[in-house]
Design a protein around this ligand. Sequence first.
Ligand code: A2H
Length: 254
Amino acid sequence: EGVAPQEYTLIKLKIHDDHVPEKLKGISQQGVYLVAATLRPETMYGQTNCWLHPDLEYVAFLTKTKEIFICTHRAAKNLSYQEYTDEYGRYTVLQEYVGSELLGLPLHAPLSSYETVYTLPMMTIKGDKGTGVVTSVPSDSPDDYAALSDLKNKPNLREKYKIKDEMVTDYNPVPIIELQPYGRLSAVTICEQLKIHSQNDRDKLLEAKEKIYLKSFYDGVLLVGEHKDKKVCDAKKLIRDFLIKNQQACAYYE
Ligand code: A2H
């Protein structure tokens, strides 16, 4: 970790009103959101699901604008220093959860081509980074592709966390960025080339990320959306600003 703060975009994934957890019902008219920290706002067109760690603790708290955010306690505290709570940095924890209690929830994910995506389990989420909520873009993130493939290939894993088959089988990587020589699903290509078999292939996943992450920033070209045909490095900030302006995302530093 360097000295400079990392600038993330917090993507607000809204829980469908009719699936808001029991104890959060009737508290807010503004909606209940899982908030995911990402470095790649320009990839939100390709969201297929949202990852939570089944054993990690999450809190639901009320923001200054009377929305309910769900993230780790640590991230809630960081957000309280970043003007999401009252002027004294106070915030009310409404409810605590472990991740497994929040799996299988239907969400609206901004810009995604899938109208509904679901919360699914990922075992490699860290509690001391971001919000503990990770939005999944398997076309462009090797970690996300490996974890989604695990759920597709392992019925026992789905069963263990009571994930319905269709929450996984109906969802596939969406081509959103062209990156030569990897093509239109760069994470899929790199995982196949490096023979990555699961989300636990840590060394190979690190290598995969190193191969495509920076390259995508400089050489990637968007295939969809308002900034189609633009390079990722030119479109990234525009898409981030659009999401923030539309209150579908906010800035987050740590
Ligand atoms: B990224 P950095 Cl398409 N545990 O978003 C594990 N991973 C986490 C996390 C946590 N607590 N919090 C955030 N992340 C992920 C999109 C994406 C991301 C793409 C490609 C690469 C990529 C869609 N998932 O990240 O350690 C989030 O996934 C590659 C680095 O703070 C977030 O951005 O640098 C990124 O890791 C933040 O990682």
